[in-house]
Write a protein of this length. Structure first.
Length: 96
């Protein structure tokens, strides 16, 4: 039905994405490709100079957790894994 589907997801609310995943699979049918996109919000690290190291560690942890959950979400698809793709990015890099 569709050749390419870009599906924004919130990996920290995975139960909300279940219906959307099933619908995306239906729309992709035989040969469509599904691209999952999870975007983390930027931090306020510029205003937290004293806590910059802690903020950076937290951001790294959050990024690792999001990437892990995104791969778990890809595993929920019943389509061939070669027809799905996941992307993780920050808001700034995706909105420019």
């Amino acid at each position: 039905m569709y050749k390419t589907i870009i599906m924004p997801v919130d990996v920290f609310e995975m139960e909300l994405s279940d219906k959307a995943i099933r619908h995306a699979e239906f729309l992709a049918q035989q040969d469509g490709v599904i691209h999952l996109l999870h975007v983390l919000p930027g931090s306020a690290s510029m205003s937290l100079h004293r806590f910059a190291a802690d903020v950076r560690r937290f951001e790294e942890h959050l990024q690792h957790e999001a990437e892990t959950r995104l791969q778990t979400m890809v595993g929920h698809f019943t389509i061939d894994p070669s027809r799905s793709n996941s992307m993780f990015a920050s808001v700034a890099s995706e909105t420019r």
